[in-house]
Design a protein around this ligand. Structure first.
Ligand SMILES: C[S@@+](CC[C@H](N)C(=O)[O-])C[C@H]1O[C@@H](n2cnc3c(N)ncnc32)[C@H](O)[C@@H]1O
Length: 213
């Protein structure tokens, strides 16, 4: 989405990630297929900043991968905070579990292996922060499942909401692109919430409950 030189500049000027996050990123790039799925340091710092500002105690993540984003949030969360993070792929989850074990905040991360939706259904909430970063076709279901369980000042952060840009002809992954665009439009029309679509990386949306008059 962003010109590579500008992306590199933004990353270079963004504060450095922790030594543990740098190690997780390096391990993921070296040993895991599809490492591009990992949040980069700029996005990790963005999530950490939101956590630092909002001090969420109950965080839900949908899509753990190797644990980078969960750890970035864990480093910034309050001492009594907890993250529940869901990963469908057991091999990837095993790698994430190793990364969590290396963190002083690892005990505060509850890794659930399996499809996310049943986990979300069983959790009571209220969630102070939700990070949705799994398969694009599931975005609408995740959104519908978490909105009723969002704390009044809670925030939903959704990754890749400009997935593939705007022209389906140019996108190898048309199905996903159309799914996120349909999701964006549905949320935009939803009277319960307010949405901002940010042009960070390939799009990050911030969604909150509409203030009650
Ligand atoms: C983009 S990656 C997540 C990246 C991670 N949040 C980070 O920033 O490093 C998406 C992950 O979601 C997982 N996933 C896909 N469908 C899922 C589902 N239904 N339930 C739970 N996890 C799912 C994939 O296996 C993959 O590891």
């Amino acid at each position: 989405m962003v010109e590579p030189r500008i992306e590199q500049y933004a990353e270079a000027q963004t504060s450095e990630e922790s030594a543990l996050l740098a190690q997780v990123a390096a391990d993921t790039r070296d040993f895991v297929a599809d490492a591009f799925m990992m949040s980069g340091s700029t996005q990790g710092q963005f999530l950490a900043c939101l956590v630092h500002l909002g001090q969420p105690r109950n965080i839900l993540e949908i899509g753990t991968f190797t644990g980078y984003s969960a750890l970035a949030m864990a480093e910034a969360m309050p001492g009594d905070g907890r993250i529940t993070t869901c990963e469908i792929d057991p091999d990837t989850a095993r790698i994430a579990a190793q990364h969590f074990a290396s963190s002083p905040r690892g005990q505060q991360i509850d890794l659930r292996v399996g499809p996310a939706l049943p986990v979300v259904d069983e959790l009571p909430g209220p969630f102070d922060l939700v990070f949705i970063d799994a398969e694009k076709s599931g975005y609408s279901s995740y959104f519908e499942a978490v909105v009723p369980k969002l704390a009044p000042h809670g925030l939903i952060v959704v990754d890749n909401t400009l997935h593939g840009g705007l022209d389906p002809q140019d996108d190898e992954d048309q199905v996903n692109m159309l799914a996120v665009h349909a999701f964006n439009a549905t949320v935009r029309r939803d009277r319960r919430v307010e949405q901002i679509v940010l042009t960070v990386r390939d799009g990050i949306s911030l969604i909150r409950l509409k203030a009650q008059p």
